[in-house]
Every structure is written in structure tokens, then in C-alpha cells.
Design a protein. Structure first.
Length: 465
């Protein structure tokens, strides 16, 4: 029987992918079966980019990954050959926590997946993230920068904005407890300073005149009935006079005005209303000739010798603000001068519009420079302590966890989960996850985070982790 030599045909196939040509060689046997001769290298970010030798992706510059033949599984014997990948262990295909030191099958007959040394070294302890390697020249083009984790100061000065407002405990409203008519205004404009007891206006009230006359009648009855020999009659006259006196007091007549009424024995047509406090008139609704009732606010007077500063504190900074914290207030129109006080109250609620809470600071205002509704710069001075700090731009908030990317050198970047605390100058306090001196990526870290997520997804799909 004549042996027929196998016909070997070599065909060069040119694949145009992404604008770049790739040569893939195949050996065809007489049986028509094709066997791949050359290895393929592909880009994890752009799978259509395929090459027959190692290199970089022409689109993103990433290092091309070697694609293993379909169904092929590198035997453990290759680990002993020079330059081959070393298998550390085998893991269960469905449960990565189950390991074996030799090839095995699970209960369903599925092969355990080998875990290689380079895969373990290039992995990470952060679920959903993988280590990333970017050539230094490519990292420079992407603007990737890193800074060391340093020891900073926690509890330092927190700067915010505030405004001057009136002390609510020093506001008084002037009203009457009877109906009447304004006869004369003594304080006739808003903003006028007044002293305690200073006349504000005079008012005529028929009700008040009637009450005065009733008091005079009751006083005369008391004097007449007091001479009666019947004890009950004398006592009734005294009680009637006292009831009339109490009514005058309930209508806000002062003891001096009642004493004058007793001395003169004549009811006054008008009564003068006086200021209950020293301060400034911040609201005036009274006019001469107008009719007034107990529901009318005639004046509002505020004592501005002490005022409040309401500082706006963002909710992310509330942990550092407490009652008793020293504060410093500076006015834009008073350069070089400052007022000092302490935080006396922190609002228990946050404003939904601004996401801020108010911190109240009480200040003396004897010279009147702090005027209501003026803006002020507020510095809340916390106690200083040395803590580990990380730059704000290095922190990546994923929603599930807080990450940074460590710069391990030679273009190798590794994700690390950390726990952060309150804000400090230029960053956050580090509670756990980092040590001083480690370098973290502070620029273009979101690009690295995206690449890390994609690499982790590819690794899970290929079963290399």
C-alpha cells in the first residue's frame, strides 16, 4: 500500500481589524482540519484588536494579553519549565474559597480552575477591582500623579460663612390690651434708638377711661363703707376697691400712674405707652389718629448690645462642630478686626435647600458695628491632633466602599479599601487601610478605577481569579 504524504497547505490570512493588519498562519492537513500555529494577543479594552505577537494596543496603549486556545488548560507540568507560569493552587469553579493543591473535580464533574502566581500577585483584596499596570510613558500622557500619605493635623480651623441676626431673647413687641386711638407719636420712625421707659406714644381709650372712673368710685365706696360698724360691709368695700385696682394693672397701667390717679382723683383722657427695653425700633406700624386693638403690633424693639452669628456648617463638617467650640468672626468691611466667642448652640436639623445646619455664636456688640443681616467670615477653631491624612482627590467613593489606588512603582497600581473620618486641610483623616509613606494616586484615578473594574470582570469571566 502506497503511503500518501500528507498535503500541507499554508495559507496566509490577512485580517483587517481596527485599521491594522494581523497575520494569522494556519496549517491545513489532508483531512481538512485546521490547527492554529501562532499565538494570538488581544487588547482587554478593545477585543477586536488582535496581534500575532506581544505589543501594545494602538488605541489605548494597554499591553496585549495572550489568548489561550479554546478548551486548553495549561498542565501543571508547564510550571516546572523555564519561563512558564507557576500554578499556586486549584480552586473550586463555583466557590473560590475551596482550594486544592492538585487537579481535582467537584461533585458535578467540573474541573478545578488553576490559579497562577502572576494572577495572585496582580489581583487585589477589593471585590470587583483588580490591580492595573500602565507603562510609565502612558501614565505620563494620561496625567497620572501620586502623592505620599502624610501625617497631618485634625481638628484645625474650619472656615465658613455666617450672618448677623438679632438675639431672639432681646426682642420685645409693644401692644395694647384695650382698644383706642393714637393721639400722639413720640417715636415716629423705624431705626430710632430708645431707652427703657422712654415714651413711645399716647393713646386715648374709652375703655381705659371707664376703668379709671370705676377705680375712683370703688375707692370712695371703700372710704365710706370702712366707717360701717358691720364688719362684712367694711370688708366688701375694701375688696371692691382692690378689684378695681387689679383691673387697671391688667390694662398695663404702671404703679406710678395708679398712684397719680389716687392723688389727683381725676381720670386721665390719654395714657402714655413706654418702651419696655433699651434698644432700636426695628418695626413700627403705629401712626397718629389710627385705631388700635389688642391684635395690633405697634412697635418691635430689639436690644442690639448682644447679637447672634449664625454660621452655616455643611453636613459633612458637622462631626467636628460642637457646643463650646471657640469661634472667630471677621467682617469684610472691618479688616484687621475680629470678634471672639464660642458656639452656644448647633441646630438639630439640616436645611434641605443648602444641606447645612446653623451653629450659633453669641457676641457682644456694645459699639453697634455688628448690624443684623450683615455677612461675616466665621472660623471655628477645633483642638489640634496629629492624624494620618489622605488627599481629597485620592479618594474614590464607589457607593459600597471607599477606595484609593496605591502607586507601587513601575506603572503598577493596586486598589485598597480604606476608612476615612472627618475632613482636614486638603483631605480626610484616615481611620484604617493606609500607613504613612505609601503613595496614592491623586490625579486620573477615576480612569484607573474604570480599568481596574474591567480587568476584574475579564478575570472573573476567564476564571483566572
Amino acid at each position: 500500500m502506497t503511503k500518501r504524504k500528507s498535503l500541507v497547505v499554508v495559507i496566509a490570512v490577512f485580517l483587517a481589524v481596527g485599521g491594522a493588519g494581523t497575520l494569522v498562519w494556519y496549517r491545513l492537513t489532508s483531512s481538512g482540519t485546521s490547527v492554529r500555529k501562532a499565538d494570538e494577543y488581544f487588547c482587554p479594552m478593545h477585543p477586536k484588536i488582535v496581534r500575532d505577537k506581544p505589543g501594545e494596543c494602538p488605541v489605548c496603549g494597554m499591553k496585549l494579553e495572550k489568548r489561550l486556545p479554546r478548551g486548553a488548560s495549561p498542565p501543571a507540568a508547564r510550571a516546572s519549565s523555564p519561563g512558564a507560569r507557576q500554578i499556586l493552587y486549584y480552586r473550586h469553579p463555583m466557590d473560590p474559597s475551596v482550594h486544592s493543591d492538585k487537579p481535582a473535580k467537584d461533585d458535578m464533574g467540573m474541573d478545578y480552575i488553576p490559579v497562577y502566581a502572576e494572577a495572585a500577585q496582580g489581583g487585589s483584596s477589593v471585590p470587583g477591582r483588580a490591580a492595573v499596570t500602565i507603562p510609565p510613558e502612558r501614565a505620563q500622557l494620561l496625567g497620572i500623579r501620586s502623592e505620599p500619605v502624610t501625617v497631618g493635623v485634625s481638628g484645625s480651623t474650619l472656615r465658613t460663612v455666617g450672618h448677623v441676626t438679632i438675639d431672639e431673647r432681646r426682642r420685645k413687641v409693644v401692644q395694647t390690651k384695650y382698644e383706642g386711638y393714637v393721639e400722639k407719636l413720640y417715636v415716629d420712625f423705624t431705626g430710632k434708638p430708645v431707652r427703657r421707659g422712654q415714651p413711645l406714644l399716647s393713646i386715648y381709650s374709652p375703655e381705659l377711661v371707664a376703668a379709671q372712673k370705676e377705680f375712683l368710685v370703688a375707692r370712695g365706696a371703700r372710704e365710706r363703707l370702712g366707717e360701717s360698724s358691720v364688719p362684712g360691709v367694711a370688708k366688701g368695700g375694701a375688696e371692691l376697691a382692690e378689684a378695681a385696682r387689679q383691673r387697671l394693672r391688667s390694662l398695663d397701667l404702671s404703679p406710678d400712674e395708679i398712684a397719680t390717679l389716687e392723688q389727683t382723683g381725676a381720670a386721665r383722657r390719654t395714657i402714655t405707652l413706654r418702651s419696655p427695653v433699651s434698644g432700636m425700633v426695628i418695626e413700627k406700624t403705629a401712626f397718629e389718629g389710627m385705631k388700635v386693638s389688642p391684635a395690633d403690633r405697634l412697635y418691635e424693639i430689639a436690644d442690639l448690645s448682644r447679637v447672634w452669628i449664625l454660621a452655616e456648617v455643611y453636613e459633612k463638617d458637622l462631626a467636628a462642630v460642637r457646643v463650646g467650640l471657640p469661634a472667630r468672626v471677621v467682617l469684610p468691611n472691618q479688616p484687621g478686626r475680629e470678634w471672639r466667642g464660642t458656639v452656644s448652640f448647633v441646630s438639630p436639623t439640616v436645611k434641605p435647600e443648602t444641606r447645612t445646619a446653623e451653629a450659633r455664636i453669641e457676641l457682644s456688640n456694645a459699639d453697634g458695628l455688628l448690624k443684623p443681616d450683615m455677612f461675616a467670615d466665621v472660623y471655628l477653631e477645633g483642638s489640634s491632633a496629629s492624624v494620618l491624612t489622605v488627599p481629597e482627590s485620592a479618594v474614590v467613593q464607589t457607593g459600597e466602599r471607599t477606595l484609593v489606588f496605591l502607586d507601587k512603582g513601575q506603572g503598577h497600581y493596586e486598589p485598597r479599601e480604606i476608612s476615612i473620618g472627618e475632613r482636614v486641610p486638603r483631605g480626610y483623616r484616615v481611620r484604617s487601610g493606609l500607613v504613612a509613606g505609601e503613595r496614592v494616586v491623586v490625579s486620573a484615578n477615576f480612569l484607573i478605577d474604570s480599568e481596574s473594574s474591567i480587568r476584574s470582570a475579564i478575570a472573573r469571566a476567564s476564571g483566572s481569579n
